[in-house]
Design a protein around this ligand. Structure first.
Ligand code: NAI
Length: 286
């Protein structure tokens, strides 16, 4: 039986979410996506116009396809959470059923059970501000989009998952070591995500017999990372100082995600796994 995966946090072919989709598709999984509402239109248009065709090529010669593409906004759990100004926003006006619970209900309707759940999204409106200058609103927004969104997803998608299934998210070492420039409460959000990975591994392991892991990825010039501003410096720093001196490819993270979600990792849960060319091991610049 082919496995079914739901991936939240794909809006182009440049980020980790796409690379995870690719690795899972190569392994034969059926992929559905949850795409952030404001990014959905351009994603679907670009997809239709063939802009991603090169990146869609599979080893078999075919093109990666998506079974379903759903609008999603991971800061809302139920329709009651959506404020009037968001409903009225023209980028949201055409979309419906984009809260996490509604998205899960659509996946249940269209796919029945799933085997793999991926959270590859983050957002921190004040990410360019130092933590010391971050507002309460900005801090809580970072936690809401980047950490609680995962708790909520496991709440709603956990019951749809087959026993033996697995879930993975993406984190960053700024949770445990100081990375100047990764502000706005994003370092706090990643610390929460990693701690929650352990607790959710226990709770969802007992409740649904699924595994929960997170990948601590090295720097990648994705759209989200470019918005932070210092990604090129981070890539250079990693190249210069990591044990393995090469630029991190998104696909290297995609491949580890596929491993973590496969039976090869059937005894691995609650783990923060570094996929960073080993940079995390260094105590002093190499
Ligand atoms: P990306 O831009 O490809 O992915 C982030 C996605 O989150 C985008 O598709 C965006 O549309 C979506 N998103 C933002 N707010 C959302 C919301 N409220 N609801 C639903 N979707 C929302 O960038 P990237 O870098 O691939 O990010 C994926 C994950 O990897 C994130 O958790 C990020 O923190 C993490 N990561 C990234 C690193 C990097 O250097 N790029 C390093 C370590 C971790």
């Amino acid at each position: 039986r082919g496995k079914k995966a739901f991936i939240a946090g794909v809006a182009d072919d440049q980020g980790f979410g796409w690379a995870i989709a690719k690795a899972l598709a190569e392994a034969g999984a059926e992929i559905s996506l949850g795409v952030w509402v404001p990014a959905l239109n351009i994603f679907e248009t670009s997809f239709r116009r063939g802009k991603f065709d090169d990146s869609r090529k599979l080893a078999s010669g075919g093109l990666m396809d998506f079974a379903h593409i759903y609008p999603m906004d991971a800061v809302f759990d139920t329709p009651d959470d959506v404020p009037e100004e968001v409903k009225a926003n023209k980028r949201y006006a055409g979309a419906d059923g984009f809260t996490i619970s509604e998205c899960a209900a659509k996946v249940a309707r269209d796919s029945g059970k799933i085997d793999i759940l991926v959270h590859s999204l983050a957002n921190g409106p004040e990410v360019t501000k130092p933590l010391l200058e971050t507002s309460r609103k900005g801090y809580l927004a970072a936690m809401s989009a980047s950490s609680y969104s995962y708790v909520s997803m496991l709440q709603r998608f956990g019951p749809l998952m087959n026993p033996g299934g697995a879930s993975v998210s993406l984190t960053y070492i700024a949770s445990e070591k100081v990375i100047p420039g990764y502000g706005g409460g994003m370092s706090s959000a990643k610390a929460a995500l990693e701690s929650d990975t352990r607790v959710l591994a226990y709770e969802a392991g007992r409740k649904h017999q699924i595994r929960v892991n997170t990948i601590s990825a090295g720097p990648l010039g994705s759209r989200a990372a470019k918005a932070i501003g210092f990604i090129d410096d981070m890539i250079r720093y990693s190249y210069a100082n990591a044990p393995v001196q090469k630029e991190l490819a998104a696909q290297e993270v995609g491949n580890v995600a596929a491993f973590l979600c496969s039976p090869l990792a059937s005894a691995v849960t609650g783990v923060t796994m570094y996929v960073d060319n080993g940079l995390n091991t260094m105590g002093l610049a190499g």
